[in-house]
Design a protein around this ligand. Structure first.
Ligand SMILES: [Zn+2]
Length: 177
């Protein structure tokens, strides 16, 4: 029997959320959008997934109102993908999941996040809160910092661009390979 695509027997908000973001790769597409990835090709090279899978995940995320597709160039036509308010609301989930992965799966520090505005060196807490000033930091004020566990010479231009500190959501500037 084929495995169903939904959790029809579950009266549960977590199950409902997982029907939207629980497919393989989906949350990583969302993560990249927080990192400032907007263009199809940048998602493609950073995630290293088949085009058909990426296209399907983007389509689902747009249909669910998590990403918005915007035309940024007419000829040839090119679109970019930007988080909606509904998508931005996934930030604390991603933050908590990332910390859980690091703390309980013994992953080295790959990236750290801090409050760009108050100038603290301290890392955000599991809900995106700043330990220095106590604010739940707006996503656009979060600074993404490369950690010591990152590959310093990655092959793809997105990973290379992410070696420099940057604000979340700020469009990623990639250099041609
Ligand atoms: Zn702060």
């Amino acid at each position: 029997m084929a495995l169903g695509k939904d959790y029809a027997t579950q009266e549960c908000s977590i199950a409902r959320a997982l029907e939207v973001v629980g497919e393989r790769w989906t949350l990583l597409v969302v993560r990249d959008a927080f990192y400032g990835v907007r263009r199809y090709n940048d998602f493609l090279v950073h995630l290293g997934i088949p085009r058909a899978v990426l296209a399907a995940r983007l389509q689902t995320l747009i249909a669910e109102g998590i990403l918005d597709k915007r035309r940024y160039q007419e000829s040839p036509p090119r679109d970019e993908y930007v988080l909606t308010a509904r998508g931005l609301a996934l930030w604390p989930t991603l933050r908590a999941l990332g910390l859980w992965g690091r703390d309980f799966l013994n992953k080295p520090d790959l990236r750290t996040f801090r409050h760009a505005v108050c100038g603290t060196e301290e890392e955000l807490g599991p809900y995106g809160e700043c330990p220095a000033c106590g604010t739940v930091v707006p996503v656009a004020d979060v600074e993404l910092m490369p950690g010591p566990g990152l590959d310093r010479d990655p092959a793809d231009p997105v990973s290379r661009a992410l070696l420099k500190p940057k604000r979340l959501l700020q469009p990623l500037e990639t250099e041609p390979v």
